[in-house]
Design a protein around this ligand. Structure first.
Ligand code: PLP
Length: 406
């Protein structure tokens, strides 16, 4: 493997800080990843030397802010092998899903049509469809899971061929189970029945290189803060012809063609969906994060993260009190688990006192928790900067904590 984790760690200033007086071991990357210095510098540079509003100015500074903003769009489009006019800047995956749900429900859905989701979805990919689908009496069908946390493909197929199904919206990688869905195959199957596919890529973008042209999904969303970029910025990708047929999501400045008190005409995509002053610094910071990721061989990163997962997974399998949730053969470096008679919060508190940050709770997946028969799980999630020593110390501390709490 040609990546040097020690060198990578030097890029992330927060990793040399302490948590409760102990060296920070950050295993909550599925919630938000840490930021490399280049992203912090890009934000600081923008506000120190480039800050100006975009779109309207004719002076030098405004022109340069506009160029930086559009260059950021191009960097992101290139990374995903799509065109810049297919990239809409939004606040994050949540806003992108609300935008798509709003547009698709208004345009392609008729009363009583159905939308397929899966039981492993984050609330961000459930609640918008529910809220916005109510007006048209849209039926939401959650596709079930197999015992190992993989998607029940037979059930999915049985609904894809149903003529009332118009949309399938599913996560690429589950934030709670780590399951990697075979989205390419699923998209191909859905398209045979003219079903539009929305992919929630919030958990997949940090872990791999995604070629959206090859994937051929209709829409794809992700958040900057989970991919080493800033908070408050994210992306909606939509195929150009589909974006052009979606109605605006919010009205305001910079998304219009012509306004009068009688009526307004709108800009083409992506501007039509970017009403008001955008998060220019966020977009520049996100482009910097993508460039940071681009310097690595992605296969090496995947291998490294999988190795960390394996270390913890193998050790947990030998601890009788622990149940691992999600054992799909295709799995990302996310490990959710429960310990018999121990509340996940108590476990997380003991880990915290040793410097280890993990997440506990329902992970914004309450329907999934019901399927698993638990209120909450503990979850460790790994990123490129985590080390084998950290994974081993995590396992050791779990064992110690269970002997205290058990
Ligand atoms: N989808 C998935 C799979 C997620 O894991 C998350 C966040 O945890 C989201 C959507 C929502 O992301 P955000 O809160 O950044 O909008």
């Amino acid at each position: 493997m040609s990546i040097d984790i020690k060198e990578i760690r030097k890029d992330f200033p927060i990793l040399s800080t302490q948590n409760r007086g102990k060296p920070l071991i950050y295993l909550d990357n599925a919630a938000s990843s840490q930021k490399p210095q280049c992203v912090i510098d890009a934000l600081s540079k923008y506000y120190s030397f480039q800050n100006s509003n975009v779109h309207r100015g004719i002076y030098d500074l405004a022109e340069s802010a506009e160029n930086e903003y559009q260059n950021a769009r191009k960097t992101i489009a290139d990374w995903f092998n799509v065109t810049p006019d297919e990239i809409v800047f939004v606040r994050g995956a949540t806003e992108a899903l609300n935008l798509v749900a709003h547009g698709l429900i208004q345009t392609i859905l008729q009363p009583n049509d159905q939308i397929l989701l899966t039981q492993m979805e984050h609330h961000a990919n459930i609640v918008p469809w529910q809220i916005l689908g109510k007006s048209k009496n849209i039926k939401i069908i959650p596709i079930g899971l197999n015992e190992d946390g993989s998607l029940d493909r037979e059930e999915l197929s049985s609904y894809l061929c149903d003529e009332n199904t118009k949309i399938l919206s599913l996560c690429h990688i589950s934030n709670s189970l780590g399951t990697i869905n075979p989205v390419k195959e699923i998209i191909e199957e859905a398209h045979k029945f003219n079903v539009k596919v929305v992919i929630d890529g919030a958990q997949s973008v940090p872990h791999g290189k995604i070629n959206l042209k090859e994937l051929n999904c209709d829409f794809f969303v992700f958040s900057g803060h989970k991919v080493f970029g800033p908070m408050g910025i994210g992306v909606l990708f939509g195929k150009k012809d589909l974006l052009d047929n979606l109605p605006p999501y919010q009205g305001g400045g910079d998304m219009i063609d012509e306004v009068s008190f009688d009526q307004t005409t709108f800009s083409p995509a992506p501007q039509r969906f970017e009403a008001g002053t955008p998060n220019v610094a966020g977009a520049i910071g996100l482009a910097s994060a993508i460039k940071y990721l681009a310097q690595f061989n992605i296969n090496d990163l995947e291998q490294h993260e999988n190795n960390l997962l394996q270390i913890c997974h193998d050790a947990f399998e030998k601890i009788p009190e622990i149940t691992i949730h999600g054992k799909s053969p295709e799995k990302a470096a996310v490990l959710s688990f429960s310990a018999k008679n121990v509340h996940p919060h108590d476990l997380a508190s003991l880990l915290d006192s040793e410097g280890i940050a993990i997440r506990t709770g329902h992970h914004c997946c309450q329907p999934l928790m019901r399927v698993l028969g638990v209120q909450a799980t503990a979850r460790a999630s790994f990123a490129l900067y985590n080390t084998e020593e950290e994974a081993e110390f995590f396992v050791k501390t779990i064992k110690k904590s269970l002997s205290i709490l058990g």
